[in-house]
Design a binder for this molecule. Structure first.
Ligand code: HEM
Length: 427
């Protein structure tokens, strides 16, 4: 089995990785953004270079877009799909063989809704979206409040903590456990699996990272298959039990949906919560404003989503010939990177885009949750989670400070930290 995964890795990641390495050596900004320390640490100056005067950039790895209006248009345009091709420059026999290798269920593999075009997409999305009723989301809100209070109490017993492990990861993992009906004791498993699966969203990952991801997705498949069987016998009052009980999706489709919910719902929120903390601490005037006028928090959270989103990009496949005004003709079959971070820092849409300003009135128009038919199902849940957790953290620990440099994750699609030492009380 490993040999077949190796073929898939070679075609999807190994050869592009070599390509990126060579191009990075020549200073290519796209390769530097997609792989390598510079892109992980400070993507925004590379993004500005790549946006240039706007339009579609033609890169060695396909097309890429960094301009707000164009990103928005493409995400809403049916001439673009989500089933991504293996890079056409990969030799044909390898590509052909790799396309036939079936990986364990994961968020970016069909029948996941992330990887489905209409009509299959609607069939996969509808039952999941319908399970997130306003009542179900409000109930999760109550749970977030409880969990946040418990975590803050536990942290208060220490002078310093790792904010990622002790807080930013714990809030969304508790919410996902609630959505899925998982026992609390299994939470550490999801933390580990989540961190091993996250690199799959990038292009050009190492063989080691791919192997770890395959091992994690395999273990998740076994766990989730048993969980689905259990919920069929003894449904709970969680969202996933509701989804299982409707009978709209078969077991393979339920596995894919569970993967999407776990993949999309946990890592994203954890990283957003983590990114927000150094951002606020390094902009004390903005934090002071929020402390003085707490009613500003909802807009401030939109600005955090705009300024340093945890999902930096997504991708599409060109389905039909397309040509935007004054641009190059886009060739069907090629892939296109949609830089959500680029759209969010486009000066045409957001004047002075590199300034973090919690009073920015159009902050909510960011593209951090995507838009169009694949737009985020969890957007209101995320807002609710962050709105409960973040003000409570700063209220409980008014002297909170970074206690050393936070460690940035080596990922280009998901932006966040792995460790963040913080001191909770002043000495
Ligand atoms: C900071 C938090 C989050 C961010 C930044 C985020 C971002 C995104 C983005 C950008 C997309 C669109 C991807 C594309 O167009 O290719 C998306 C889709 C999705 N999100 Fe989120 N998300 C977050 C939280 C959540 C949560 C908490 C859940 C659920 C528990 C969730 C569930 C989904 C689902 C199911 C989709 C797929 C929709 C589809 O393909 O039709 N997300 N999200």
């Amino acid at each position: 089995m490993n040999a077949r995964y190796a073929v898939r890795w070679a075609a999807e990641h190994g050869l592009p990785r070599l390509g990126f390495l060579a191009l990075r050596g020549m200073g290519d900004p796209f390769a530097r953004l997609m792989s390598g320390d510079e892109g992980y640490d400070d993507p925004y100056s590379l993004i500005d270079q790549l946006r240039g005067d706007g339009g579609v950039r033609v890169t060695r790895a396909g097309y890429a877009v960094f301009e707000y209006e164009l990103c928005r248009e493409i995400l809403r345009d049916r001439r673009f799909g989500v089933r991504l091709p293996i890079d056409p420059s990969v030799p044909f026999p390898l590509r052909r063989y790799a396309e036939r290798v079936v990986l364990p269920p994961n968020p970016i593999e069909p029948p996941s809704m992330f990887a489905q075009d209409p009509p299959e997409h609607g069939r996969m999305r509808k039952p999941v979206a319908s399970a997130f009723t306003p009542r179900a989301v409000a109930r999760l809100g109550d749970r977030v409040r409880e969990v946040t209070a418990e975590l803050l109490d536990a942290m208060a017993a220490h002078e310093s903590v790792d904010l990622m492990a002790d807080f930013a990861a714990q809030v969304p993992i508790a919410v996902i456990a609630e959505i899925m009906g998982f026992p609390a004791a299994d939470r550490p498993l999801f933390l580990r699996w989540g961190s091993h699966v996250a690199p799959l969203l990038d292009v050009g990952i190492s063989w080691q990272a791919h192997r770890r991801a395959m091992a994690a997705t395999g273990a998740m498949r076994d766990y989730l298959a048993a969980h689905i069987e259990k919920l069929r016998r003894e449904p709970g009052d969680d969202i996933f039990s509701l989804l299982v009980s409707t009978g709209d999706l078969n077991t393979t489709e339920l596995l894919a949906s569970a993967n999407v919910l776990m993949g999309a719902g946990f890592e994203t929120t954890m990283n957003l919560l983590g990114n927000a903390v150094p951002l606020l601490l390094s902009h004390s005037d903005q934090l002071d404003l929020l402390r003085a006028e707490p009613e500003r928090w909802p807009l401030a959270i939109e600005e955090m989503l705009r300024f340093d989103t945890s999902v930096q990009m997504t991708a599409r496949r060109v389905l039909e010939p397309v040509e935007f005004d004054g641009g190059v003709p886009l060739v069907p079959g090629k892939s296109l990177v949609v830089s959500l971070a680029g759209a969010n820092r486009d000066p045409v849409k957001f004047p002075d885009p590199h300034r973090f300003d919690v009073t920015r009135t159009n902050a909510k128009e960011h593209l951090s949750f995507g838009t169009g038919m694949h737009g985020c199902i969890g957007a209101s849940l995320t807002r609710l989670e962050i709105l409960q957790a973040l003000p409570a953290l700063f209220e409980r620990f008014p002297d909170i400070r970074l206690d050393g440099e936070p460690t940035r994750r080596r990922l280009s699609t998901l932006r966040g930290y792995s460790h963040m030492p913080v001191r909770l009380k002043s000495l």
